[in-house]
Design a protein around this ligand. Structure first.
Ligand SMILES: [Zn+2]
Length: 389
């Protein structure tokens, strides 16, 4: 399908922010979960995920504005009983300092100007507090949402969704029929009708889970390409579930180094291959566990489709809980549109490997082997190891 180029000038913004080294910013969400709840198989030393939950403000040049996902609501004590029971049972820790609606208003974005909130899916860490948005804002959801998730709490006492989210509000369910356009391998819906913003169908984690693809710059020459940001929601929960791939294998030298205190410039890829369940440089570290998906085969297929986008040099893939992007890319009130020009996409690509810093295999390998490093063999004696992993 031909795409209509459209200049998206300061159109895409992120609504969560933190600088590296400051895991809890003045605003936003932080959830700490057990890795085994979200990732399989288990990798020695990687037991916890401490993650944000990203939202996006999308501004079209016409003035039309939508928000993709709302993160977690601040007053999570008022979440439906089923969510509270789940949280008590799983032992996840939550910190929320501001609702996305607060962040927007503090940033000078009136909620009355937002035409729709798009939920990637119905989980509590994405739906925020919809009641803060005027009823003029539609709620946009994926296919079969109404069938599977409505009615909700309190009409359905066991539901994890609060149905006040759509009280008096238009709920718009996106459908993807046989004739719908394909963007990459995903079924797509052209939201603004001009090729600037596509809703993508990527089911598996939940029924009707959706992602979105925004065209954030338009090339003015034939030699350059338009650039995009793919808002992945919970297509998967960790960058190591879709990286590395045969398209973008783990490099022999990872730059910038995810372990800068030990390897200031570049870090041997072999360190991380040693932790990979199959020692592969071209398949992801993790899969989505069956327990995390309503249809795990569909989830794996959605992840394979996501990998195709991640292989493209002009697409930045941002899944909702990618902690490794904090401090690497621009956040609201700055725009993310220039991610390619400022090089942050490639710099951020392998930063998720930081999570393996406590892995005992890495320590063992580092103490025991030589690597070709910056063109010469160096032996790391282990004298720099103390306390760094
Ligand atoms: Zn989530």
């Amino acid at each position: 399908m031909p795409w209509t180029p459209i200049l998206l000038n300061r159109n895409l913004r992120r609504t969560w922010g933190s600088r590296r080294g400051q895991p809890q910013s003045a605003s936003g969400t932080r959830m700490t979960a057990k890795a085994e709840d979200l990732l399989t198989p288990q990798i020695d030393g990687h037991t916890k995920l401490s993650v944000p939950s990203f939202s996006f403000l999308v501004e079209h040049p016409s003035g039309r504005t939508v928000v993709f996902d709302l993160g977690l609501r601040k007053d999570f004590d008022s979440l439906p009983p089923a969510v509270q029971a789940f949280l008590k049972d799983c032992g996840w820790k939550l910190e929320v300092t501001k609702n996305v609606s607060d962040i927007l208003e503090d940033g000078g974005i009136p909620l009355s100007g937002i035409e729709a909130v798009i939920w990637s899916h119905h989980h509590f860490d994405h739906v925020g507090d919809m009641t803060a948005f005027p009823r003029t804002a539609d709620l946009v959801v994926g296919p079969s949402f109404k069938e599977h998730y409505m009615p909700a709490w309190p009409t359905d006492p066991g539901s994890t969704l609060d149905e006040s989210a759509w009280d008096g509000r238009n709920v718009r369910e996106i459908s993807f029929d046989e004739d719908c356009p394909k963007i990459g391998s995903f079924d797509a819906f052209d939201y603004f009708g001009d090729g600037s913003y596509y809703i993508l169908h990527c089911p598996g984690h939940t029924f009707g889970h959706i992602a979105a693809l925004a065209r954030v710059t338009v090339s003015s020459s034939d030699s350059a390409e338009d650039t995009f940001v793919l808002m992945g929601g919970d297509t998967c929960h960790f960058a190591g579930q879709f990286r590395p791939t045969r398209y973008k294998p783990l490099p022999r030298e990872v730059e910038p180094s995810p372990l800068q205190r030990v390897y200031p410039d570049a870090c041997p890829g072999a360190l991380f291959r040693a932790m990979h369940p199959t020692r592969s440089a071209s398949t992801p570290f993790y899969e989505m566990p069956r327990s995390c998906a309503v249809d795990v085969e569909a989830a794996h297929q959605s992840i394979r489709y996501l990998q195709q986008f991640d292989a493209a040099v002009n697409v930045l893939v941002v899944i909702a809980h990618d902690e490794s992007l904090l401090g690497e890319i621009d956040f609201f009130p700055d725009s993310i549109n220039q991610w390619k020009a400022n090089g942050c996409g490639e710099k951020a690509r392998w930063q998720f490997l930081r999570c393996f810093r406590t892995n005992s295999s890495a320590l063992h390998l580092k103490k025991s082997y030589s690597f070709h490093f910056k063109g010469k063999a160096e032996f790391y004696s282990g004298d720099k190891d103390t306390g760094l992993y």
